[in-house]
Design a protein. Structure first.
Length: 406
């Protein structure tokens, strides 16, 4: 009987994440063995992954045997107490969302399993997929198998639920992490999951940064300015940069690393995502990003989905917007759940209440997580005895002192 690994770190996410680059970072920075399960799966089937998944729909019993053989071969290849494995939790084929049948055996192979579930803006993930096909890397992957934005979001929700199911097992913990976090943040999270030192730090803690978003975006629109360059959105992102730089033992969770609720003046989702529309994100990330992304472009129409029946259809876009809004809530609350503490940055900005921020603060308090609020002196925001913002701090230096940052 094979001896269990002490720790396996699973890197996962819906297609379009390009987990290979993250595996390279893990192997290079921490000198641990890294593998991608789907490479062993393709060897077992002598075919691309999407064809192996197809076999689960047409000849399930024999396909399951090959999935098991691929996993066994991968585990034999890994001779270490720690390993990093890239693997899909679920697959998408012919409008079916299919759990990876090897996942339960994989997480049973280690005493401790950390799952990092990466999330990406649907428009950049789909753009990456279309480019991959266009360049001949995965020819035929979507022939007769459309993957449209709404299908992508449903798939992502299923991944999220599969991760929750795995966490029900006592040896598995799950962290959701936006791909557009800084490269430094990705390294810190990997170090934390592996239990390895990094940057002179042996143990890390995590903080969710809660801040106004909707009203900042509205102010930028009213001023006719780009949200990417609007002073208040830039100020928020600069704060996150300073916090990460000053607190070297802190993993920052930022809600704006996913920004999909991009609407026009009528409140409808835009089909052309320009850089000026998006909340600013770090430049030093695992991937580079192109703008604009036109969801109705000929590339998408020819490779991924019929644009006339999807993104150019008003009813479809309303359904897509609803799915985006639902996932914003579940993802941000997951960030609060998994963080050790919450930092509310200017929660009374513009002298107004911000429902999203206050909901997150209330949830953190309900979970007995400490809340630090940076609230500069502002007029027009009356104090309320029932409204608690946690530990109120007047400036960043007070926060760094409270967190004992260098």
């Amino acid at each position: 009987m094979r001896e269990k690994f002490r720790k396996i770190v699973v890197l996962s996410g819906v297609t379009g994440i390009e987990v290979g680059s993250l595996l390279e970072i893990a192997g290079r920075e921490f000198k641990v063995p890294v593998v991608k399960f789907e490479e062993f799966l393709e060897e077992a089937f002598h075919a691309p992954t999407y064809e192996a998944v197809e076999m689960l729909l047409v000849s399930r019993s024999t396909a399951l045997a090959r999935f098991k053989a691929a996993l066994d071969r991968m585990l034999r290849y890994l001779e270490a107490t720690k390993a990093v494995v890239g693997v899909h939790l679920t697959y998408y084929r012919r409008r079916h969302i299919i759990p990876n049948p090897a996942i339960l055996d994989l997480v049973s192979a280690a005493g401790e399993v950390h799952v990092i579930l990466y999330v990406e803006d649907y428009y950049h993930a789909l753009h990456r997929l279309a480019e991959r096909v266009r360049r001949g890397r995965t020819p035929g992957a979507f022939t007769g198998q459309p993957l449209d934005p709404l299908g992508y979001l449903y798939w992502r929700a299923s991944d999220f639920n599969m991760a929750s199911l795995l966490e029900y097992r006592g040896n598995v913990s799950v962290v959701v992490y936006g791909l557009k976090h800084t490269l430094e943040g990705h390294k810190r999270l990997l170090a934390h999951a592996l239990g390895e030192p990094y940057g002179g730090v042996g143990r890390f803690r995590s903080a969710y940064i809660s801040h106004p978003i909707t009203k900042v975006r509205a102010r930028a629109s009213e001023a006719g300015e780009s949200v990417w360059g609007f002073p208040d959105s830039v100020d928020v992102e600069k704060f996150k940069e300073r916090l990460e730089a000053r607190c070297r033992n802190l993993i920052v969770y930022s809600p704006t690393t996913i920004d999909e609720l991009i609407t026009d003046a009528e409140g409808e989702l835009k089909t052309i995502i320009e850089k000026r529309d998006r909340w600013p994100h770090p430049s030093e990330t695992p991937h580079s990003y192109e703008y604009p992304i036109n969801l109705a472009s000929q590339v998408f129409n020819e490779i991924l989905y019929p644009v006339d029946k999807t993104v150019l259809n008003k009813g479809y876009m309303e359904a897509l917007k609803s799915a985006v809004e639902t996932q914003i809530e579940s993802r941000d609350l997951a960030y609060v759940n998994q963080a050790d503490l919450l930092v509310a940055y200017k929660p009374t900005m513009y002298g107004e209440q911000h429902i999203g921020v206050e909901t997150e603060i209330d949830m953190a308090h309900a979970l007995s997580k400490t809340v630090y609020s940076i609230i500069p002196e502002e007029k027009g925001m009356p104090a309320h005895p029932m409204k608690r913002y946690g530990l109120k701090l007047g400036d960043e230096d007070a926060l760094y002192s409270a967190l004992k940052c260098g």
